[in-house]
Design a protein around this ligand. Structure first.
Ligand SMILES: Cc1ncc(COP(=O)(O)O)c(C=O)c1O
Length: 481
């Protein structure tokens, strides 16, 4: 048995280096020789679909749009065939105990972790800058979260890294804590000391889950921060669709090599939460992204992204009035995420000038700045054009728009919790005008997207500080008194 595993591993390692993508190969065979199908999807390989749509997305995509079960492609739950092989190859590549493919985004990876590992009323420690799916997990499970407040980078109005002293303190004072859940990197690329965080957690015999949704390139290049999978995390989430080159919604969930978590429980939770019609296109795109990133060509693409980012960061931070997060400061960061601000402009205004005057679309904008991703597909010429645009904007004194003055986009409020998220979620509610909500207990998840970090959760007192974050609300659900 051991021998078979060793030869499988060696064989797979050889194949991984050579762009082996079993599901992509199988899909290609299916596309060339499809059976006559009497099954879903009803568009029957594009024969019955709006012609304009067919023209827009192309016949090849429609030929491949199918789900698991059929045409010898394998199944996702339980894992079998080419789908299983693709996940096993990914597991070898990430050196994980187990890797699961997810077609409904890291949202489902996070929910499956919550549902799979947390029992009702468990006490857990959660970083407050977590994505709302982690927080929804607390509602689903009925757990009691203790919030870990990351350092605030006030000049940038964003959260920074996790303070390890704070984590130690919380674990020391709450001996019943069952899990610690952190997000790394932050949306803007700030990196925490995961090695130390994992050591602290394991000292207290508490498993660590890391939402590394925005770090899916890290496994593949040593000039990027080290993936939590290599630093002792028990579970790690990767949104391969965000920066890894997979199709939108495709995500991976990994268990660390020595994970303390129960793999069967997580698999079971996934089965309950995941769609029963997973898209083969999305699954194959995970196989393809992993194969590409592990190849020499993929490495070159990551190298380009790093080089372009370094070039842009250096040039942009030399423009008068322009600041780039991480340049000239001691913040640890992922170079490919460039958070930038221009003096005199809110991030939202900068975003709209870039879009309207230069036809440039950035990842997101906040009160302070815009987030630019140096992707594996961006070219140096695109970065040169972006630099030109930023230079012109910084020079030309674009006026800001006053209606944005009282709008806040990044939640930096301290929660004042009086009920667990689940208790509050299921309590009787009423809808009140947001001005009348001050002092009341929220019954809603308020999390502006992106980045989907919660401003308010059910069970938290609404204060005056929350009002600027509720610019899109006229009314809000509160617990009935
Ligand atoms: C840190 C983090 N985790 C999880 C998610 C959810 O990912 P997805 O959009 O793939 O469902 C996001 C989405 O932005 C995120 O920022």
């Amino acid at each position: 048995m051991e021998k078979t595993q060793i030869s499988f591993k060696n064989n797979v390692e050889f194949k991984v280096k050579n762009c082996y993508a079993p599901l992509v190969e199988r899909l290609n065979e299916y596309k060339k020789n499809p059976a006559i199908g009497f099954h879903i999807p009803g568009h029957t390989r594009g024969s019955a679909i709006l012609p304009q749509f067919k023209n827009v997305i192309g016949m090849d995509a429609l030929l491949c749009d199918t789900t698991d079960e059929f045409d010898n492609l394998g199944t996702l739950h339980p894992a079998s065939g080419a789908i299983k092989e693709a996940m096993d190859v990914a597991s070898v590549c990430y050196n994980s105990k187990r890797t699961f493919f997810i077609t409904s985004g890291s949202t489902i990876s996070n929910l499956a972790l919550a549902f799979g590992v947390i029992s009702p009323e468990d006490e857990i420690i959660v970083a407050r800058n977590s994505h709302r799916s982690v927080l929804t997990g607390t509602i689903l499970t009925g757990s009691k979260p203790y919030w870990l407040m990351p350092k605030k980078l006030e000049d940038w109005a964003i959260y920074g890294s996790i303070q390890t002293s704070d984590l130690t303190e919380k674990l020391k004072n709450n001996r019943n804590v069952k899990f610690v859940w952190v997000t790394n990197p932050t949306y803007e690329g700030v990196v925490s000391n995961i090695r130390e965080i994992a050591e602290i957690c394991h000292f207290y015999k508490v498993p660590l889950i890391v939402d590394e949704a925005h770090g899916s390139l890290w496994n593949f290049h040593e000039d990027l921060p080290t993936s939590a999978l290599k630093l002792g995390a028990d579970a790690v989430v990767h949104s391969l669709h965000k920066t890894g080159g997979a199709l939108t919604q495709a995500s991976m969930l990994h268990l660390g090599k020595n994970s303390l978590l129960d793999e069967n429980k997580i698999e079971h939770a996934l089965k309950l939460l995941h769609t029963t019609s997973p898209s083969i296109l999305l699954l194959a795109s995970l196989d393809a992204a992993r194969a590409s990133l592990s190849s020499d060509e993929g490495r070159q693409l990551i190298q380009n992204a790093i080089d372009n980012a370094k070039f842009f960061r250096e040039q942009a931070s030399n423009i008068a009035g322009v600041s780039v997060l991480g340049e000239g400061s001691r913040v640890n960061f992922d170079v490919t995420k460039i958070f930038l601000k221009v003096r005199g402009l809110t991030g939202k205004r900068l975003e709209s000038v870039l879009e309207l005057d230069f036809n440039i679309e950035v990842e997101s904008a906040s009160d302070e700045g815009v987030l630019i991703l140096s992707n594996i597909g961006n070219t140096r010429a695109e970065f040169e054009y972006l630099l030109l645009a930023i230079k012109q904007i910084a020079r030309n004194n674009y006026p800001d728009l006053s209606h944005l003055e009282n709008v806040k986009f990044m939640p930096l409020t301290e929660p004042n919790t009086v009920m667990t998220p689940r208790e509050a979620y299921f309590s009787p509610k009423e809808r009140v005008k947001k001005e009348d909500a001050i002092g009341r207990v929220s019954a809603e998840v308020v999390a502006l997207c992106p980045p989907g970090i919660s401003v308010l959760l059910p069970g938290e007192i609404i204060s005056e500080d929350h009002i600027p974050y509720l610019s899109e609300y006229t009314e809000i659900d509160v617990i009935r008194e």
